[in-house]
Design a protein around this ligand. Structure first.
Ligand code: FES
Ligand code: FE
Length: 450
């Protein structure tokens, strides 16, 4: 890595990003510390650990972590590596246990700190008296807890940075748009359940392409043309791009972003098209929409579709509600996880329709995600070569043409397609990569003062 970060990312003047940042292992190593070591990362949903002593194996960057719920119902996130000699302690994806016992030499750790005063405490050491002569300090060798963990409307977030701002500050105005995914029905924060398990798959592509694509790339509609051509859009018929001719809004703030459309009050028209003709399902979503209009009023007068919370979590805010988040494996490989949310008390026909939608449309075998995987994998592969690696990606669309939207903070309007959010994503990435700690990373208050 011979160039500076500012030479690699020039989204404001030239509108380009060097291909190197998508394929270079040295840059990837730096990202693990500067981005994944500092940002608030989504690690799961409380519905994945509904009962006391439930656990869910997650990741933060390339580090495996365990999300646990203790006997009092509190959520903790612990580094999933035995402190003795590094064995991966929990190798199941999900389960229920009061202690984790390491398969290598048998040390055991409490999930909830009942015996040792802190979650992840070391509670059992074979041969403690005989072989260690009772000299091992168990307090010192507990599992490593992630220092900051917060639960927001069912979503669990964690950061390794003790000096990170609160999650609320980190999210900024994006919190309002994240709410679309989390409490869609009637505003109850526990309104959603994780529905139909979790999908996990790997793609030979750089991790940044995925969250960026979510918010920055409406332009790639042509990739999904086959779905439209044969008329198997979200409802099983018709086109998926029913919103394409509307004004597109972006909310580039702190690297997060939303793609939405105005006006909010026309949203139902599009939703009903996506969900087929079942009258019960239509009636349900019509009611949901009316509730939202009354609840949000003018404060969130945007019909939103997708959003990304920098760096690695993306969501669908309109039905169907999904959360997709990415785990970097290497510069050129990424694991994608996706969960599906549905209103807990939705009637059966609504859940059935959601199930059909998810199977048909999303995930590695879905009609659209498979198109996207090819784009990301081949773009990564075709940028790895000695010559191609010297080139840049083009992010010039709409550069300098964004207009502020009256009374809607951080929103810009820039025609049907533009790359405002993608530019904001890489601007934020560069801020993280250049910073020596959180004190160097601008936050909402700093931006307002500028
Ligand atoms: Fe876990 Fe030895 S590595 S007990
Ligand atoms: Fe796509």
């Amino acid at each position: 890595m011979s160039k500076s970060i500012d030479e690699l990312v020039d989204v404001d003047i030239e509108g380009t990003v060097a291909r190197e940042i998508f394929v270079d292992e040295e840059i990837f190593e730096k990202e693990l510390e500067h981005v994944f070591g500092r940002a608030w990362l989504f690690v799961g949903h409380v519905d994945l650990v509904p009962k006391p002593n439930d656990y869910f194996a997650s990741r933060m960057g390339t580090d495996p972590v365990i999300l646990t719920r203790d006997h009092k119902g509190e959520i903790h996130v612990l580094l999933n590596t035995c402190t003795h000699r590094g064995m991966k302690l929990c190798r199941s994806d999900q389960g229920n246990t009061r202690t984790f016992t390491c398969p290598y030499h048998g040390w055991s750790f409490s999930t909830d700190g009942r015996f040792v005063g802190r979650p992840g405490g070391l509670v059992g050491v074979p041969g403690l008296e005989k072989n260690y002569h009772d000299e091992l300090d168990k307090n010192e060798w507990g599992l490593i807890p992630v220092p900051q963990v917060e639960v927001y409307k069912g979503t669990v977030w964690a950061t390794w940075a003790e000096d990170a701002p609160t999650l609320e500050e980190y999210l900024g105005d994006m919190r309002l748009y994240l709410d679309y995914a989390l409490d869609y029905r009637d505003g109850r924060p526990d309104g959603a359940e994780v529905f139909g398990g979790i999908q996990k798959w790997r793609v030979k592509a750089n991790w940044k392409m995925i969250p960026e694509n979510f918010i920055g790339d409406l332009y790639h509609d042509v990739s999904h043309r086959s779905v439209d051509a044969v008329g198997i859009g979200p409802s099983g018929k018709g086109r998926r791009d029913t919103f394409a001719n509307r004004m597109t809004l972006c909310f580039p703030q702190h690297g997060h972003g939303v793609i939405g459309q105005l006006p909010f009050y026309e949203e139902y028209e599009g939703v009903s098209g996506a969900w087929g003709d079942n009258p019960d399902v239509k009636a349900y979503y019509e009611q949901v929409h009316q509730d939202r209009v009354e609840r949000f009023g003018d404060s969130r007068r945007v019909s939103m579709s997708v959003g990304t919370i920098f760096p690695s979590m993306s969501f669908h805010g309109r039905q169907p509600r999904t959360i997709a988040w990415v785990h970097p494996i290497s510069a050129t490989e990424t694991e994608i996880w996706r969960i599906y949310l549905v209103d807990k008390d939705a009637p059966e026909p609504v859940k059935d329709e959601a199930r059909r939608y998810y199977l048909r449309y999303s995930g590695p075998a879905g009609m659209t995600e498979s198109d996207d995987m090819e784009n990301w994998a081949y773009a990564t592969r075709a940028s790895e070569g000695w010559r191609a690696k010297q080139l840049k990606f083009n992010y010039q669309m709409g550069l300098g043409h964004a207009k502020a939207v009256p009374d809607l903070e951080h929103a810009v309007e820039n025609g049907e397609y533009n790359e405002e959010n993608a530019r904001a994503f890489y601007r934020r990435w560069a801020q993280f990569m250049n910073a020596s700690s959180w004190k160097d990373i601008p936050m909402p208050v700093d931006e307002a003062e500028q």
